[in-house]
Design a protein around this ligand. Structure first.
Ligand code: ADP
Ligand code: MG
Length: 696
């Protein structure tokens, strides 16, 4: 059955082949249905009129009634502009045109009442509106009310495809199709939440009669979007629960031996709690899929190792996959200490592992002699075969997608390994529920005792000398220092130059010291060499790009200087700061910025100075940047929501997840008659939406 909403957009009245191509290219609108789901991103309130005296520069737009008293042309040649002096009873302001001046002169008359709409700008004490919409009051065509503003591109605007145009197209789609809009939520939910019907919601989202109706429509559509997303995720989880047998690991002998004789420090209560959660999964007979969250430095590594011991005790193997070579190496170094104490064979496998070593490693892995394998993506290669993989740990750092996660599951022929996903920094709750919505979640919400909170300050570049003096005093006291430069891909060359310049000026400021440098374009042996020198304290200062962001652990390093800190997102700043504060000494983080800062950058700096709590920082970051930017592009597919906003709609998400959970509890297969519409819509979504492809 094809519906009118699958009709190609080309066939909509007013579109035609050329605009259709443009709509497809620029907005991914292919069908009537796609257009219907192209939601406005804001609305302009045309019900409200202001007086000139009320105008201020905070207003995103303003609507006024008054007369143009006179026109004048100012400037010449390309600087020429037309100024219309506009007044009502309360005052006057300027309307300004830079283009299309003859047209304005011809159309707009002085002395008659006009309605003027646009964004006010302030010049000294007076205001102006550039390129306003101007309409004679007598001819006011708009019904008034809330005018939708649609996401558009420059290319579209150049072809006169503006919000009004989109609005007209939608009017046509709705005229032809409104009878065919099917309800996608069950009655009982509509009643429970007081939602409008799908049809009402679709009409109101594009043509809202008043703010109340609009907000009801938005609420319903957001709920619906999140509900189906959660339903899908929870269904994946349920299917795994029911269908995938897990290997049972109950033998705690090796674990107990480690616990009693080799544990380097007492575990925190939070670490113990998380280990219990994982243990109860692993002995349950079901396959574990769990997310382990904890702030930087909360001690996820030892938890990972203890879980490895549980599977090794059950004659199976464990693997840990990290996103970068440096991080894999670091994990290997850390875990090897524990493994050696227990005399358990452990190995590292990365892209740069030599062939001969690889061959031996493959054999030992397949025979089961090798118990623990640490590595990068190289672990996913075909030739890497385990004797019996019991536990796959994935250190995600926001970098692996769900698809890669599932590849590791397939390393065993019969039963999937248990899977533990670790994240480097805390993820806001709403994001965790979405990106990892198909997993169970464990949180380490407590730091090891005796940690001194890192002291963070924000300094302007002009204080560099004082900062250097401070670094000197720390180095004299035996500590080591990181100095980090931003590196973002679009300007890699320029950033590398900044790094090199920085390295030179640091070398001049500390001529007596050996200084390390580390960046992404170095060969891995060179990186390894520099890291090792720094780790052995042969060098006192490490000048680096964000390659050191991930997991690097040098307990003696007590100062983190972040250059151009305004160029980093909050989560990244927090992650960088987490490189210090790992030893017993008081640690410091110094955020260096230029004097001129945007309000948002200032907020980021202040947040960093105020708190060390990674969960709090992550929430703020989400509010500031939105989910896509926060998580990087890889996972943004899942976060490409049409209307819901994970930064703002946490409450709706929570409701949607609860409702989806209850529904699946009562009807796991969605086989009850009243749930048929849900089942049908779910599978329709699966076919059409790009989002879903990425998580299945
Ligand atoms: P992260 O969660 O960031 O991976 P790590 O596992 O690297 O943290 O632990 C950070 C540091 O804290 C390490 O040096 C580790 O040895 C230490 N550590 C972990 N747990 C404890 C604990 N319970 N008590 C004391 N120190 C701990
Ligand atoms: Mg770690």
């Amino acid at each position: 059955m094809t519906s009118i909403f699958e009709t190609s957009i080309e066939f909509l009245k007013g579109v035609g082949p050329q605009r259709a191509t443009l709509l497809q290219k620029e907005l991914k609108i292919f069908t009537f249905g796609d257009l219907l789901q192209h939601y406005p991103f804001r609305y302009e309130d045309r019900t409200r009129f202001y007086t000139v005296r009320e105008v201020n520069e905070e207003m995103p737009y303003v609507q006024l009634k008054g007369r143009i008293t006179r026109f004048e042309t100012v400037g010449s040649a390309y600087k020429k502009r037309l100024v219309g002096h506009f007044a009502d009873d309360t005052g006057s302001l300027e309307l300004v045109w830079f283009q299309g001046i003859p047209w304005v002169m011809q159309k707009i008359k002085t002395g008659i009442p006009y309605i003027v709409f646009g964004k006010p700008n302030r010049y000294g004490k007076s205001y102006s509106i550039a390129h306003p919409e101007v309409e004679p009051e007598s001819e006011k065509t708009e019904k008034g009310g809330l005018q939708p503003v649609y996401p558009l591109t420059e290319k579209l605007r150049a072809r006169h495809v503006d919000s009004k145009f989109i609005s007209r197209l939608l009017q046509e789609v709705l005229r032809q199709g409104h009878k065919n809009i099917r309800e996608t939520l069950p009655d009982q939910l509509l009643r429970r939440f007081g939602f409008p019907s799908k049809k009402e919601a679709m009409i109101s989202i594009h043509f809202p009669e008043n703010p109340a109706v609009l907000s009801a429509a938005q609420h319903r559509l957001k709920f619906e979007e999140l509900f189906y997303l959660q339903l899908r995720l929870l269904k994946m989880k349920l299917v795994r629960y029911e269908k995938f047998r897990g290997q049972e690991f109950k033998d705690t002998a090796i674990l107990t031996q480690f616990y009693n004789h080799h544990l380097p420090f007492p575990l925190t209560e939070a670490q113990k709690k998380v280990i219990r959660e994982i243990y109860s999964d692993m002995k349950s007979g079901r396959q574990m899929n769990r997310l382990l969250q904890g702030d930087v430095g909360s001690g996820k590594t030892i938890v990972a190792f203890i879980c490895m011991l549980l599977v090794i005790g059950g004659q199976a193997q464990a693997a840990l996959m990290a996103p970068t070579e440096i991080l894999a190496q670091q994990h290997f170094n850390n875990l090897r200490k524990y493994a050696d104490a227990m005399r358990l064979p452990i190995a590292l496998l990365t892209g740069s592992t030599r062939k001969a070593i690889r061959k031996v490693l493959h054999e030992k892995l397949q025979s089961g002699e090798l118990k623990i394998l640490i590595g990068t993506h190289a672990l996913l290669e075909e030739e890497v075969k385990f004797h019996r993989l019991g536990l796959a740990i994935i250190d995600e750092q926001h970098r692996f997608g769900v698809a890669q996660r599932s590849k590791l599951w397939q390393k065993n022929a019969e039963t999937y390994p248990h899977v533990l996903v670790m994240t480097a920094t805390p993820i806001p709750r709403t994001l965790a529920m979405t990106l990892y919505g198909d997993l169970d979640i464990s949180v380490i919400d407590e730091m090891p005792k005796g940690r001194k909170p890192i002291k963070t300050t924000h300094q302007f570049d002009s204080h560099r000398l004082q900062v250097n003096a401070f670094l000197r005093s720390q180095i004299d006291a035996g500590r080591q220092v990181y100095i980090v430069y931003p590196l973002i891909e679009e300007s890699e060359k320029l950033d590398l130059k900044h790094l090199m310049d920085g390295y030179e000026s640091i070398s001049r400021a500390f001529p007596d010291l050996a200084i390390s440098i580390l960046h992404g374009q170095m060969k891995s042996e060179a990186k390894e060499f520099e890291m090792t020198r720094f780790l052995k304290a042969e060098t006192k200062i490490m000048v680096a790009t964000t390659v050191i962001e991930v997991g690097v652990d040098v307990p003696n390093a007590s100062v983190m200087v972040i250059e151009s800190a305004e160029r980093f997102g909050l989560s990244q700043l927090h992650q960088l700061r987490g490189r210090v504060g790992r030893g017993a000494e008081q640690s410091y983080c110094i955020l260096l910025t230029s004097y001129k800062l945007s309000a948002e950058a200032r907020l980021r700096m202040n947040t960093m100075v105020r708190t060390n709590n990674g969960f709090e920082i992550a929430e703020t970051d989400l509010e500031l940047r939105g989910p896509g930017d926060l998580m990087g592009t890889q996972q943004s597919g899942l976060l490409d929501l049409l209307i819901a906003d994970l930064g703002k709609d946490g409450k709706i998400l929570q409701d949607a997840r609860e409702v989806a959970g209850t529904l699946l509890q009562q009807d796991p297969e969605l086989s009850k008659p009243e749930n048929q519409p849900i089942k049908a819509h779910l599978s329709a979504l699966r076919k059409t939406a790009v989002n879903w492809a990425k998580i299945s």
